[in-house]
Design a protein around this ligand. Structure first.
Ligand SMILES: [Zn+2]
Ligand SMILES: [Zn+2]
Length: 103
């Protein structure tokens, strides 16, 4: 099993990670306690901090879809403050796409 790429989006409320950039700023699809999550999908930037899921080691698979990370392999932690002179969104997108292409 290889590691999954770092997600491109995260939900502002339930923190669910996502890979489809087309969902940016749209409502989260996650169902929490029978209700659709009120959060929105935001772009994951360079300052977005993801940690490798400890149960599946970022593969999203533990013999079944990993319950800890919902099969994404990564857990959203926080957003770091942006440093000076960087354009985090552009950089992160470029990096994320090249990771996806080189899989
Ligand atoms: Zn959500
Ligand atoms: Zn996992």
């Amino acid at each position: 099993m290889s590691k999954r790429p770092i997600p491109m989006t995260f939900c502002t409320v339930c923190r669910k990670p996502g890979y489809y950039v087309g969902f940016i700023n749209s409502r989260c699809f996650n169902i929490v306690n029978g209700k659709r999550c009120p959060g929105k999908n935001r772009i994951a930037t360079q300052e977005t901090y993801w940690v490798e899921c400890a149960s599946c080691k970022a593969t999203g698979w533990t013999g079944e879809t990993c319950k800890q990370c919902d099969g994404t392999g990564w857990i959203f932690e926080a957003v770091r403050p942006a440093g000076p002179g960087v354009h985090p969104a552009a950089l992160a997108l470029k990096r994320a796409w090249s990771t996806l292409r080189n899989r």
